[in-house]
Structures are given as structure tokens and as C-alpha cells.
Design a protein around this ligand. Structure first.
Ligand code: KG4
Ligand code: ZN
Length: 340
């Protein structure tokens, strides 16, 4: 039995949560920096780090109050070690390790994508191992076979832009704020299907790799070649979303076929996309598999998935009281072993 404090600070969200191995998620809270980065059209790393400095400790106090717990109740602190922005990661890592040292408890370093991969296990109904996971965030697009905690096999990934990036770059070309994924999706609701036909890169490549950079060029051309009234923008948004979602759905189906597995888990920010969810649910009925999503609030970056991944790792092996820390801005999930 253990109470785990989770700290996420890999990019532009400070997320903090308390997860209890028996009682489940006790509290979680988040501060998003989106409004701050918006005027620059993307994340400014130095501003991100400074904002994590401002928010991490107040958010820790807040979750303790929300869960009616004291600092001394915490048994272990889990923090995101990578991948992500180095300065931002360093804030979470240094707060986690110094607080753990002060309390005399262990700190556990968590891979951010492992947090995303395991996040559907925070919701009901839960998938059971093994499953196929489609990890679609701002920086990653990967299909993984997940046999257990720490047992991840890469089936395929993007050769260039991530799906979230494709959403964000298309949104930017349409004059939407950063990050544009959710805004593009909203705009697409009033779009007319079929007016623009955009490419579905690698759809028939026969493997599980993705490529989205060509799509961005096609969106750019559509923007340049048509006057940008609201309806045209919505029609282009509709076409861009349809192209991205078609590829994600088709490759996910191929991954299920290739592995023979019957459960698909969606993780990462793009997993919040309602069109993706609707098409996958439809395909699940047609092809007889089950699809699992994290609750919407756990799709994008959050502290709960880090606290939860920490709790899962604790079950595998006891955590060490070793307070030396480093961060891993680039870190391949495949290289994460059982014992990491
Ligand atoms: O997982 P996440 O919060 O952060 C990373 O680890 O990257 O994912 C953020 C990405 C952004 O590209 C954002 O535009 C996209 O997820 N996103 C969406 C939606 N909500 C967030 N993309 C499409 N539709 C959405 N509803
Ligand atoms: Zn993420």
C-alpha cells in the first residue's frame, strides 16, 4: 500500500496528482501554460521552465488539501524524466528529488510516454494486457504492442511529423491559435465533406509507419489557392482532420490484424479528437475489437498518469532512495526495460 505523488512538467503543463495503490486516484490538478505561449505561436522553453517553477509547489499543496492528506503521508514521488524540454523536465525532477530527500522517501523517474500509454487504465472499463496502443501526441505518433508494464514493442511510428503536429501546423495555416488541434476539430464541424480532398500519406504502404509532413504542404496549397472565407477554412479543416483520422484508423486496424490482438488503446492529446473516437468506435463494431480511451482530461498531459505509472512501477520493484537525478529530453520508450 502506498501513496504516490506524481509530477509532470515535460512541456507546457504543470500536472500534479496523488494516486493511492489501493484507493486509486485521490486528487489531481493542472496548470496549463497555453495562454502564455499563445502569443508566440508555440512553446517558448525558457518561459515554460519559469512557469513550472512558479506552479509546482503551489499545486503540490493544492492536491494535498484536495485529498485531505499531509506531506508526511506521501510514500513515493514519481516525476517525468523525459522525453520533453530539458529545462522544464529539470524543474519537476529537482522538486521531486529534493522533496523526496527531505521526506526520506524514494523518487521514481517516469517515461512521459509510458504515462500516456498506461493512462487508459485510470478509466473504466480498463483494457487487459496485452493490447495495441496508438500513441498520438504533439511530439509522437507510434503504434505499440503492450504486453505489461515496461513491456513495449514498437510496431510502427511516424517518419516525420507527429499527428498532433499535423493538426497544429494545419491549424496555424488556417490562422488558428496554438496548439490548434482542438480548435481545428471545432472548425471542422461546420466544414463540408468532400470539397477538398487531401492526401492520406502512407495509407497503402503495407507497413505500420506514418508520414504527415506532405499533408501540411497540401493544406498550405489549399489555403493559398482559395480565398479564405470562414466556410472555406472550415472545409479545409474538415479535409485535414479527415485525412489524419483516416490514416490513424487504418494503421490501427492493420496493427490489430498483424498482432492478432483484440484490444486497442488510444493515448495522448490527439486521443481527445471526437472524429477519431467516432471512427474507431464504428470500426470496433464492424471488426469486432474493443477500443479504450483515457477520460478526456487524461488524454493531454497530466500528473495523474505519472503518479499512476509510478504506482505500477512500484508493484514491479521497490523504489530506491537515490536522489541523484538527470533528465532525458530524448528517450526512446523501447529502451525502457522492466527494471528501469
Ligand atoms: O499529449 P499531449 O497533451 O502533449 C504531448 O505530449 O505532446 O498532446 C498535445 C497534442 C497537440 O498537438 C494538440 O493539438 C493535440 O494533442 N490535441 C488534439 C485535440 N486535443 C489536443 N488534436 C486533435 N483534436 C483534439 N481534440
Ligand atoms: Zn504528452
Amino acid at each position: 500500500m502506498a501513496l504516490v505523488l506524481g509530477i509532470e512538467s515535460s512541456c507546457d503543463e504543470t500536472g500534479v496528482a496523488l494516486y493511492h495503490t489501493e484507493r486509486g486516484l485521490l486528487a489531481h490538478t493542472l496548470h496549463s501554460q497555453i495562454a502564455m505561449h499563445n502569443e508566440y505561436g508555440g512553446v517558448v522553453p525558457e518561459l515554460a521552465s519559469r512557469d513550472h517553477v512558479r506552479y509546482t509547489l503551489p499545486l503540490i499543496r493544492k492536491v494535498l488539501i484536495m485529498a485531505n492528506c499531509a506531506l508526511s503521508d506521501i510514500d513515493t514521488i514519481a516525476f517525468t524524466q523525459g522525453p520533453g524540454l530539458s529545462g522544464a523536465l529539470l524543474v519537476g525532477a529537482s522538486v521531486a528529488c529534493s522533496l523526496a530527500y527531505a521526506l526520506g522517501i524514494p523518487a521514481i523517474a517516469i517515461h512521459h510516454l509510458e504515462g500516456h500509454l498506461l493512462s487508459p487504465l485510470l478509466s473504466e472499463p480498463k483494457p487487459e494486457f496485452p493490447f495495441v496502443a496508438l500513441l498520438v501526441s504533439g511530439g509522437h505518433t507510434q503504434l505499440m504492442r503492450v504486453d505489461g508494464v515496461g513491456e513495449y514493442t514498437l510496431l510502427g511510428e511516424t517518419l516525420d511529423d507527429a499527428a498532433g503536429e499535423a493538426f497544429d501546423k494545419s491549424a496555424k495555416l488556417l490562422g488558428l491559435d496554438y496548439p490548434g488541434g482542438a480548435l481545428l476539430s471545432k472548425l471542422a464541424q461546420s466544414g463540408v465533406a468532400g470539397r477538398f480532398k487531401l492526401p492520406r500519406p502512407m495509407l497503402h504502404s503495407g507497413d505500420l509507419e506514418f508520414s504527415f509532413s506532405g499533408l501540411k504542404t497540401a493544406v498550405l496549397l489549399a489555403v493559398q489557392q482559395n480565398s479564405q472565407d470562414e466556410q472555406t477554412k472550415a472545409d479545409i479543416a474538415h479535409a485535414a482532420q479527415a485525412a489524419i483520422v483516416d490514416v490513424l484508423v487504418s494503421k490501427s486496424l492493420s496493427a490489430l490484424k498483424k498482432t492478432g490482438l483484440k484490444q486497442l488503446v488510444i493515448a495522448g492529446g490527439v486521443g481527445a479528437n471526437q472524429t477519431l473516437r467516432a471512427q474507431l468506435s464504428h470500426a470496433a463494431q464492424e471488426y469486432n475489437f474493443k477500443v479504450f480511451y483515457p477520460d478526456l482530461e487524461f488524454c493531454t498531459d497530466n500528473g495523474a498518469m505519472i503518479a499512476f505509472a509510478g504506482a505500477m512501477r512500484l508493484k514491479l520493484q521497490p523504489a530506491q532512495k537515490d536522489y541523484r537525478f538527470n533528465v532525458k529530453p530524448r528517450w526512446d520508450l523501447q529502451r525502457l526495460s522492466h527494471a528501469d
